[in-house]
Ligand binder design. Structure first.
Ligand SMILES: [Zn+2]
Length: 447
């Protein structure tokens, strides 16, 4: 972190009002917006010339499964919908080890960071024997790279033996899950604003956890003041499963388990009807839209406009790299823009809307109003893009060009006032070495 306040001066473009001459950051926060024709009031600033840069609030990823970077384009799972796709992957995932997860998490975090993402969640629900420290491994990887994280302690305890989808080898018992959840909150959860690490609780889905675990997790989250996350309304298979197993819809089930409130954010939210969207809005429950994953698994289409019109918060997530395959949040912005514009038309969906989902929308999903915006008092989390790639040659409106022409690699990224990407690279990270290690790890997992 710079000892002096830093003026990011005269950006080519910036996603903020009243900051034509840039912003001043100090002590990990944005302390001043510098308007057209003005100079900073903050004395004694160091200067970063941002004349070549388009400046965005750091992007925020609200759904992922880092370990799945080891199962991109896995032959057994290609061209399958969610349930058969999961069934093909569970036996491979069951072989995950601490070293493989450390590698996969580093890959996912680095890929996100280089795409302009400054805060990410992860939904780690896989705890085969020997991988008890999965979340600890992820915290350490995030700290090494300087990323802000909200890591969720995922869980599965409903195996095929009891009518669930996953095999016995990847589930844990309820008491073990709850004890570890409490341990992780005690050890890592920073409750206040500007936190670099937070913990949330995340039973995986209605078809992989018991009702008892859903309820007890909600009670623990309430007692400890942490948020709740799960997959819901992703596929019609899930709706049919809930009907058969619980005799109700996925949303009714969520409510019965004590989850329908403002501390819950849901991944996907595709198969909600109008009345259900009204119930979610009234409860303050938010949804993470995952457009690439939803398209690759042909899960359906998240009704983001109906949700926002009803007053719901919509965020953006890349989802796991076994479904999306990529972990690039800037590319996800473009995917969300294209999918939703095709559905709703030019008057309802713009590139700015897609950027809003990935910034302030995602921040609200996480209950973090100090993130995802360029305002005085917000965290100094920024993504800076240049337009010197071939794909931008000839572009006039710089902010629009990022979405329309497909920006995918940030030149500079700042988290809490500290540069963590410079010149398109992560200082101190041996990227070719990491790629070699990950390729070897993936081969090991698929043996
Ligand atoms: Zn997911």
């Amino acid at each position: 972190m710079s000892l002096k306040p830093l003026w990011l001066r005269d950006p080519r473009a910036i996603l903020a009002e009243g900051a034509a001459r840039g912003i001043v950051v100090d002590g990990g926060r944005i302390v001043e917006l510098v308007g057209a024709g003005a100079e900073p009031n903050t004395p004694d600033c160091a200067i970063f010339d941002a004349g070549d840069h388009v400046v965005l609030p750091g992007l925020i990823n609200t759904h992922h499964h880092f370990f799945q970077t080891l199962t991109r384009a896995t032959p057994a799972a290609l061209d399958r919908e969610l349930f058969p796709w999961l069934t093909a992957l569970y036996p491979i995932w069951a072989k995950l080890t601490p070293d493989l997860l450390d590698c996969a998490a580093t890959v996912a975090l680095a890929e996100l960071l280089l795409s302009g993402c400054t805060t990410t969640t992860d939904h780690h629900y896989l705890f085969p024997s020997g991988l008890d420290d999965a979340i600890d491994i992820e915290v350490a990887a995030a700290q090494r790279l300087g990323m802000r994280v909200v890591l969720t302690r995922g869980s599965m305890n409903l195996s095929q033996r009891d009518g669930g989808l996953p095999p016995d080898s990847v589930v844990q018992d309820e008491d073990t899950i709850l004890a570890d959840s409490a341990r992780l909150i005690d050890r890592y959860h920073q409750p206040g604003p500007y936190a670099m690490a937070q913990i949330a609780l995340a039973p995986c889905s209605p078809f992989s956890v018991t009702t008892s675990l859903m309820r007890r997790t909600a009670e623990l989250a309430e007692a400890r003041g942490v948020r709740l996350h799960t997959h819901l309304a992703e596929t019609r298979d899930e709706t049919a499963f809930c009907d058969k197993m619980f005799g109700c819809s996925p949303l009714d089930y969520l409510e019965q388990c004590g989850w329908l409130h403002e501390r819950t954010w849901l991944a996907h939210g595709i198969h909600f009807d109008k009345a259900e969207i009204g119930r979610l809005a009234a409860a303050g429950t938010s949804v993470t839209h995952c457009p690439c994953s939803n398209q690759i698994l042909a899960s359906g289409h998240c009704p983001v406009c109906e949700m926002e019109q009803a007053g719901m918060t919509v965020g953006l997530g890349v989802d796991g790299s076994a479904s999306n395959n990529a972990s690039n949040l800037m590319q996800e912005v473009r995917a969300a823009f294209l999918l939703q514009r095709a559905r709703y038309g030019v008057s309802q969906v713009t590139g700015r809307d897609a950027l809003r989902w990935a910034t302030s929308g995602s921040a609200r999903c996480l209950g973090r109003p100090e993130l995802g915006v360029i305002e005085v008092g917000a965290a100094a989390d920024l993504a800076l893009f240049t337009l010197d790639e071939l794909r931008f040659a000839g572009a006039i409106d710089a902010l629009s060009a990022l979405v329309l022409a497909g920006a995918h690699h940030a030149d500079r990224v700042m988290v809490g006032g500290r540069w963590v990407v410079e010149g398109g690279a992560i200082p101190g990270l041996d990227l070719p070495g990491l790629i070699r290690r990950q390729n070897a790890a993936a081969r090991l997992l698929h043996e």
